[in-house]
Design a protein around this ligand. Structure first.
Ligand code: FES
Length: 207
């Protein structure tokens, strides 16, 4: 939310709160995926960079693919106009989100073979796959997998950002606990957890 809205909420709560209620109530029959996609479109239309970055990451987290986000913008071409779409795509390209890489676009989610299970060490390690990366946190026989992209603005977090159980995104210093994925400082959203399976001695992730 913008600093201006935060300010108005503080100093004119009664006047501004109904606006937020209307926004919330207005979308109550939509699933979260569709809602987040529409939010992206509103940010493109309003050309608010911070809002676009925030809702773009949220839309990906809620299950939209990069293809669906691009399609949604292009479907709205008659109302957005090409210049706003180009403005948005410029921002997306600067964010360097792997999902928008032309070589990844169009690919359905699938199981990726990462490594032989007996080669995964205790604790946190990072693995690259198909132009992206993930963290695997092994505790005994338990595994958790997190996307290496920050849930804030999708920065690719390196393994060197890990200190003890805390992973700190180099961009804006959101801090995450790698045992739970929770954001513990500076931010508000957890790391994106990725489904995994072990099959015939190999570790797979679904992404
Ligand atoms: S991209 Fe902003 S904290 Fe990670």
């Amino acid at each position: 939310m913008s600093d201006a809205l935060n300010y108005l909420l503080k100093v004119r709560k009664d006047a501004v709160e109904p606006y937020f209620k209307a926004l919330k109530e207005g979308g109550k029959h939509l699933d979260v995926k569709t809602r987040s996609l529409l939010s992206v479109i509103t940010k493109v239309d309003a050309q608010t960079e911070r809002g676009l970055k925030q809702y773009l990451v949220r839309a990906l987290r809620e299950g939209n693919s990069a293809d669906e986000i691009l399609d949604a913008m292009l479907v709205c071409l008659p109302t957005l106009g090409m210049s706003k779409i180009i403005w948005a795509v410029d921002i997306i390209l600067k964010m360097d989100i792997p999902d928008f890489n032309p070589e990844i676009l169009g690919k359905e989610k699938k199981w990726h073979k990462i490594i032989a299970v007996n080669e995964i060490g205790e604790g946190v390690s990072r693995y690259d796959y198909d132009g992206r990366a993930c963290f695997i946190n092994k505790t005994g026989e338990e595994y958790q997998v997190f996307d290496s992209r920050c849930p804030h603005q999708a920065a690719d977090i390196p393994l060197s950002a890990l200190e003890g159980a805390t992973l700190t995104c180099p961009n804006h210093q959101w801090k995450f606990n790698v045992d739970s994925g929770e954001c513990i400082e500076n931010g508000s959203r957890p790391l994106n957890e990725i489904e995994h399976k072990i099959d015939a001695g190999f570790f797979y992730i679904y992404s």
